[in-house]
Design a protein. Structure first.
Length: 317
């Protein structure tokens, strides 16, 4: 069985990542070598582990995270797609099972923020690492004009109501789960970005950050290797609190006929059917409403539990 350590120690893969980083450096990009891909791999695995995914799925997330930027060896443009093709060849030569290759290649091919779709749990974890968290950390660390410009962009994105974005996308694109998830990703990252920025503002003047800066560590090394591991707790909590919002949004869209198409089932469509027959069979509307309420309550309780478990200040109360 192919493991993350096998991928990490493979000489050919390490050569590809190193050469890709050198190419990006020549173009003026920041570090995209082993420090970057290791952080993405470890934190993608941490997210899925915390959310209760199977151990093998977590291992596949680490592999996808380590390989996700290998396509930069070919070109920065469309590097996620070229990286997926390269990863397919590498994994096939290492006798990785087709089912696992499919998961890893799909995650890599859908990780870029310009064309990203969270088509599976691994891809969703990689996207979260690339968009919301990175945006907030960079904004909080550099501060000044950089922070001001990035926050104004965030305020514009946050000023557009979520339901408006989702509804417009569903009118333009084909209704379905992928469209709903993509629409939610356009807005859900805003809250995560703010959490990451607030944590960065608290930690960037701490002694361990100053020590790293004194020893000559670069800005992005400090952001992703020193600060990021210390804020995973609040990030996971934010993810859990956003799930009830996503459930309600999907149910509302299905209720008004813009969500999951028939014959697929949704709580919103069940509530809509019960509403239409309320005068003759009023009891039919009760089960889906109770299930949705229990789902939202359960995720809120889990989020509260994670916040208490991961926040040292809560433990002292």
């Amino acid at each position: 069985m192919l493991t993350y350590e096998d991928i990490r120690n493979d000489p050919a893969i390490r050569t590809y990542i190193q050469r890709a980083d050198e190419s990006l450096g020549a173009l003026g990009y920041t570090e995209h070598s082993f420090a970057h891909v290791t952080v993405v791999a470890e934190n993608a695995a941490y997210i899925l582990t915390t959310l209760g995914y199977p151990e093998r799925t977590v291992e596949l997330a680490k592999i996808a995270g380590f390989l996700h930027d290998i396509g930069n060896l070919v070109n920065r443009v469309d590097h996620s797609q070229s990286g997926a093709v390269m990863a397919f060849r590498i994994l096939d030569n290492l006798d990785c099972p087709p089912e696992e290759i499919a998961v890893i290649v799909t995650a890599i091919g859908n990780h870029d923020e310009g064309t990203a779709f969270p088509v599976n749990a691994v891809a969703a974890a990689i996207i979260d690492m690339v968009i919301g968290m990175s945006y907030g950390l960079i904004s909080g660390y550099f501060g000044g004009r950089v922070d001001m410009v990035m926050q104004r962009i965030l305020e514009v994105a946050n000023g557009i109501p979520r339901l408006v974005i989702v509804t417009l996308l569903l009118l333009v694109l084909q209704p379905g789960m992928l469209t709903i998830i993509f629409a939610l990703m356009l807005t859900e990252w805003v809250g995560m970005s703010r959490i990451a920025r607030a944590e960065m503002l608290k930690l960037k003047e701490q002694e361990f950050v100053l020590a790293s800066r004194t020893l000559g560590a670069g800005s992005f090394f400090i952001i992703f290797r020193e600060v990021l591991p210390n804020i995973i707790g609040p990030i996971i909590t934010q993810v859990m609190f956003s799930i009830p919002t996503a459930i309600f949004t999907e149910a509302f869209l299905s209720f008004v006929g813009l969500g999951i198409p028939v014959p697929q089932c949704s709580l919103g469509s069940l509530i809509s059917e019960g509403f239409n027959s309320f005068t003759t069979h009023p009891y039919q509307i009760v089960p889906p409403i109770v299930v949705m309420a229990l789902l939202m309550l359960s995720f809120n309780l889990v989020a509260d539990g994670l916040r208490e478990a991961l926040d040292p200040k809560m433990k002292e109360m």
